[in-house]
Design a protein around this ligand. Sequence first.
Ligand code: MLT
Length: 248
Amino acid sequence: MRIDVLLGEALVVPADVADRVVVVIDVLRAATTVAAALDAGARAVIPFETVDETASCAKSYARGEVQLAGERRMVKIDGFDLGNSPAEYTPASVGGRTILYTTTNGTMALAATHGARACFFAGFVNVAATVAAVRLAAGRGADVTMICAGHERHVALEDLVCAGRLVRGISAGREVTRGDGARVAEMAERPFQGGIASVALEAAHARSLIAAGFERDVELCLTLDRYERAVRYHERQLQLEPATSKED
Ligand code: MLT
């Protein structure tokens, strides 16, 4: 097995994802918010790259069936039902509904995964479940590509640290070739092996969110393994992966 880590979807070419198991990482906040929405009982989350696409897709649903959700410049989009704070996604707000969702970085990165053998959307909140799901999906043969969504075309420390943790978990007990991106991710993760809360002090996007009043969101996003199931992206929908059964 080979593991590559790419910094940003702008660098992805079709060969990076074709027939590979792909993990898109967006710790702050898209992957965390999607995991929270699905855990709260949303039927599915459908990601879009633009606000217009999101709003126009809503027209094909009955009003009560969907919630329009997401952010631009960290805040809820005008006319949308929900912003991008994981705590907004409760059984009352999303249970049984489909979430039409757009964010600045995370939903863009998902669009770059076409052709993957399997694709997962991960943050710290579901890192152990994602490790198990990737190991199962890769079986003995497939290579793995991780795409760190980053923040506005820049590297985001929290995504790189999460990638390092995933590399460590996926490679445990296996013979793995790490690309240089995977090695850099492992190096970035090393100082945070004792705890990830201090990522908030160092990561620029975490500091911006805290300054904008989203401190609680940062705390939630930096909670390890809050959720027990991975999030899979399949046929343009994000859904909970069924509980992972054993690898052979
Ligand atoms: C994104 O996907 O761009 C992020 O979730 C941005 C944010 O923190 O709202």
